[in-house]
Design a protein around this ligand. Structure first.
Ligand code: ADP
Ligand code: ASP
Ligand code: MG
Length: 433
């Protein structure tokens, strides 16, 4: 059971989520930081880096006060409350230790890790107050990423199971989402929103019956509820459909969260802490439904076109193009080809100048910034007639830079301008659903 930031966002929310855990009985529970805390810690590190010492100290005091208030509201037992204050104060004293000097990248990651450490410690004490048979496990003792920043699934499995075996009589194992150690043993993390990823990695490592992602909405909706009114939850998704939606912008799931569950064939259920009786969404090896299920959008996309009259579809050409991206460690999201040109998209401009310079050896290169990938997901197996026509028809008023279809049985991706995104999402909802 993974509970996100809003689900642990106040003392009352923590109490609600603990009652959901108690109701479940046996569970491994993964918690995010309280909502707002990770952002505050990131803002704090920026402040420290900018040398704004007084401002940094004030931000730490404010955040510490919030945790004192949460502890006071959460814990009625005096001894447990005092213990919470000792832990909270200990963490904030450590955070103060970073102020007034340059912080390294490694230390920045240590600072953001306090969010999950704070929330799990408070909830562990509350479970103790209720007399639950729970134990708090330190995620940095078993969550690990490799030198390529990929989870080390073998290490996680061996170490987590060894730790669990030390506590055989326990009903509830509680741990931090998001945080881990890297291959050098330093504190690191699984990127923003990474607690979902922790949950599915743990679910796969222990062979869980089900991975539950508890959040602030009743499942995966058929469009982005932040931009489109009248979206509705999708009851079932295939692993591949959910992976496409998460990767292409459905914020409810971390982009790679579905993969460990898919390989271990463990269903993932998306549930709402504020409406626990709602059915939510279940992600599993669902049967094809012959329907389009949902739409998502991914921002900050850059399109690169390489035009070359003579060598384009000669063999070996695409390999050489891709090698440029590989060399600069930049993944490609979308690709379209023609006899005279290739277009690809990337979501990271860090090495764009070098990439363009090297691609210019093959032909003319043009770059479009501030683009958006709109991804339509469902049963899009090519013999199902008419779906691609419906999608393209819905967007006939919108200029479309690229279309990609047929790469899998599950999606059509379209590249449009940032300024057309919300209109495109709304048009797709009104035409498709
Ligand atoms: P948590 O803090 O629990 O991890 P997130 O904020 O990361 O929660 O994810 C939940 C949010 O994702 C929702 O409140 C909603 O605004 C957003 N979201 C974006 N796209 C979708 C979608 N297709 N379905 C449901 N929620 C979505
Ligand atoms: N607390 C982290 C974040 O805000 C991880 C998470 O909540 O999933 O990104
Ligand atoms: Mg999230």
């Amino acid at each position: 059971m993974k509970f996100g930031g809003t689900s642990v966002g106040s003392a009352q929310r923590m109490k609600n989520m603990v009652s959901l855990v108690a109701h479940e009985g046996n569970a491994t529970v993964v918690l995010s930081a309280m909502s707002g805390t990770t952002n505050s810690l990131i803002a704090l590190t920026q402040c420290i880096k900018d040398g704004e010492t007084a401002n940094a100290r004030k931000q730490i005091d404010d955040l510490q006060k919030k945790y004192h208030e949460t502890a006071a509201e959460l814990l009625s037992d005096k001894e447990l409350h005092d213990r919470a204050i000792t832990i909270v104060d200990g963490f904030f004293d450590e955070i103060r230790g970073y102020v007034g000097r340059p912080v390294t990248e490694k230390e920045e990651k240590e600072i953001v890790a306090y969010g999950e450490r704070l929330s799990t410690n408070l909830v562990a004490l509350y479970m103790k107050e209720l007399g639950m048979n729970a134990v708090l496990l330190d995620a940095t003792e078993f969550m690990r990423i490799t030198a390529d920043n990929e989870p080390d699934q073998q290490y996680i499995k061996e170490n987590l199971n060894a730790i669990l075996a030390q506590h055989p009589e326990v009903d509830v194992y509680l741990t931090q989402g998001f945080i881990c150690r890297n291959h050098n043993g330093e504190i690191d993390n699984l990127q923003r929103g990474g607690s979902d990823y922790t949950a599915s990695l743990i679910g796969a490592a222990i062979g869980a019956d089900e991975i539950q992602i508890w959040t602030d909405i009743d499942g995966m909706h058929n469009n982005d509820p932040r931009f489109v009114e009248e979206t509705s939850p999708v009851s079932e998704l295939h692993f591949e459909e959910a992976a496409e939606l998460a990767y292409f912008g459905a914020k409810i799931l971390h982009p790679t969260c579905v993969l460990p569950a898919k390989y271990a064939n463990i269903p993932v259920r998306l549930l709402n802490t504020m409406q626990p009786e709602a059915a939510g969404t279940v992600i599993y090896n669902a049967q094809p439904t012959h329907t389009i299920k949902a739409v998502a959008a991914k921002d900050n996309i850059t399109a690169i076109k390489i035009k070359s009259s003579h060598m384009l579809l000669a063999y070996g050409f695409l390999r050489r193009v891709f090698e440029v991206f590989e060399k600069h460690q930049t993944p490609i999201d979308m690709i379209t080809t023609s006899e005279v040109g290739v277009s690809v998209t990337i979501d990271n401009e860090r090495n764009l100048n070098e990439i363009v310079k090297e691609l210019e050896e093959f032909g003319d290169v043009t770059v479009d910034h501030d683009m958006v990938i709109v991804c339509v997901v469902g049963d899009l197996e090519w013999q199902n007639r008419g779906f691609e026509a419906e999608v393209v028809n819905s967007l006939r008023e919108i200029p479309v830079r690229m279309i990609s279809y047929g790469g899998s049985n599950y999606n059509i991706s379209l590249l449009i301008r940032k300024e057309d995104k919300i209109r495109a999402l709304r048009l797709l909802s009104s035409h498709l659903f």
